[in-house]
Design a protein around this ligand. Sequence first.
Ligand code: ADP
Length: 421
Amino acid sequence: MDGLKSRGKVIVIGATNIPNSLDPALRRPGRFDREIELGVPSKQGRMEILQIHTRGMPLAKDVELDKIAEITYGYVGADLNALCKEGAMHALRRVLPDMEAMREDKPIPQDVLKKLIVNKEDFEYALKMVEPSAMREVLIEIPKVKWDDIGGLESIKQELKEVVEWPLKRPESFTKLGIRPPVGVLIYGPPGCGKTLLAKAVANESGANFISVKGPELLSMWVGESEHHVRDVFRRAKQVAPCIIFFDEIDALVPRRSYGSESNVTERVVSQLLAEISGLEDLHDVVVIAATNRPDIIDPALLRPGRFDRQVLVPTPQEKSRYEILKVHTVNVPLTKDVDLKKLAQDTEGYSGADLEALVREAAINAMRRNLDADIVTNRDFAAALKYVKPSVTEDMNAFYESIMKKRKAQKIEEEVSYTG
Ligand code: ADP
């Protein structure tokens, strides 16, 4: 390429899906000096691609291409092509028995041809068969959890609505008032009390996509891989924005005291994470939520203003919340009249949401043990279950989380004072 002094009539176009593994010498000016990123198609792009691949297809009226374009996150052009083909094959299979003519080399009768129409059901089948290739490494989902599926925790729901749902749905209101919504939210509290559930619900209710990453998964032993993964997650999130990125067990990224390669990995991942988060500040359509049950060991760098600066404690449910949670989990469970959920809520001090769910399940299993055809769960079943399912949160644990919350509040005030001072 260096030999081509002036461009003349020869131009070199290279294509790759691993640009970062290329020899940097190739990417220098004078060689491949113009780089064009061809990303995963957006909704509009998918719509156009679908239109192209269904051009010659007899489509039934119930096929709504825009609906299909909407739900096919992460499908690239080749996937959409495969989707259309798979749908058509399904339609073909439906009329195949009528196609005796094909075997005898006669023209297909007109009435059979008329039946050869690709309908909605064919596409639904195809959607199950063809998987999006762009999502293989970063899985995007649209959670189904609603606020109503979470019992109690009213003030926390409200807080999440304000810091996550409002900025995603009404960014202009924030601009009008001249404030910047928080980019990162840290949810902490004892295990099984609904942190994941809350993150999913807020994604669903604000109509955002949801990418869930577990802290330990971010730590790969291959040099450079971990940062790569972090970058991929954020890039994907921006592509499918509005989006919520959920980092579960973020405490896995603790700064390790030991030396060796491992501590380097966490350090690099944390700094990559911070860089990506500060890159989000002006975007408003990607929110990062992290969850942990060890707020005490989190790298303090993550908690500074502009990062995970909104911290929400999800405590063990109190009696009223426990009652609400029991109601949520018994919605579809037939109960005898003597089952008193209020009384149960009183008797379950220290039970987390997950414990209460287990309690209901155990009671139902007890009912089945009595009689496999049982169609109702009685108070006796619950009494037996209470002996079996024990509370997982102790008094000490609660005190620990409370003390952390108090410390954080005090720190905040101190910071504010030092700002003004
Ligand atoms: P965490 O992320 O805090 O460890 P999860 O959100 O994964 O806990 O909760 C585990 C399970 O416990 C949930 O799938 C849900 O069934 C149940 N659960 C926890 N809290 C609640 C709640 N407030 N209302 C209803 N179910 C709950």
